[in-house]
Design a protein around this ligand. Structure first.
Ligand code: GLP
Length: 250
């Protein structure tokens, strides 16, 4: 695992956008795994800028998102569908039919999970998976558990995650209690993984992910088993790792 230390959120976003742009330049028909949350917002804005000013071409790119709230309409501003249109897809030349997000409006959990796994398979695997990390070490919506879930599944969100994500809703009662999430197995099958981490409130999760045991109680720790993971972390996020395992920061 390569840990790239950066000063702040802006530098993190610049480096992440540069790595994603390089992926698209080298392989124009790349399959990008995409994430939501505040972590990648700056990265997406820069990719949109590169499309506008330098002609970075997404016309052959396919995307597959990590997760979506169960039961939220696509028109809901809190849905990850809406987030992706607003933050990225509307601002680049990607073909809508090449973008994939779990369908939160499909209330048939079994059918939707099976459909999404078929989508991931049909794309032939993910070339570059972008990830954030939750305060409790979740990746996508794979919450701490006693096992790693391999495939797409419907998750009951922890109270900590509901608390963390309530900032996007008018009130905590409006945060959905469940979500569809890509499984850990699919994430690990991505050829490359790129994680962005910013802020001191993520320092504990980042430190455990990198320096702790591989354990489903801290889902992101499973990334230690992947051969090509790059983490771009800012100084706030690195506070604990700098104290506890500075040799791991490259
Ligand atoms: C949500 C998403 C995750 C994301 C996490 C952190 O829970 N499901 O994929 O990594 O939030 O988000 P943020 O960057 O806003 O802290």
């Amino acid at each position: 695992m390569r840990i790239i230390a950066v000063k702040d959120y802006d530098e993190m976003s610049r480096k992440a956008a540069a790595l994603i742009a390089a992926q698209v330049l080298v392989k124009p028909n790349s399959v990008l795994g995409l994430a939501t949350g505040s972590g990648p917002v700056g990265t997406y804005a820069l990719l949109a800028e590169m499309h506008k000013t330098e002609g970075l071409d997404f016309s052959e790119v396919s995307t597959v998102n990590l997760d979506e709230y169960y039961g939220l309409e696509k028109t809901s501003p809190q849905s990850y569908y809406y987030f992706m249109q607003e933050k990225l897809f509307n601002n680049i030349n990607i073909k809508p039919e090449n973008t994939h997000i779990p369908d939160g409006t499909n209330l048939d959990r079994k059918a939707e999970c099976a459909r999404y796994d078929r989508v991931i398979r049909s794309l032939g695997g993910i070339d570059l998976q972008l990830l954030g990390i939750g305060h409790n070490g979740h990746i996508a919506f794979n919450e701490p558990s006693d096992h790693f879930e391999p495939n797409t599944h419907c998750v009951t969100l922890t109270q900590q995650t509901i608390e963390a994500n309530k900032r996007f809703f008018d009130s905590i009662d409006q945060v959905p209690k469940q979500a569809y999430s890509m499984g850990i197995g699919s994430i690990l099958q991505a050829r490359k993984i790129l994680m962005v981490v910013s802020g001191e409130e993520k320092a504990d999760a980042l430190c455990k992910m990198v320096a702790g045991p591989v354990h489903p109680g801290l889902p992101a720790s499973v990334l230690q088993l992947h051969g090509d993971v790059t983490v771009i972390a800012d100084e706030g996020a690195l506070t604990l790792l700098r104290q506890q395992a500075p040799h791991l920061i490259g």
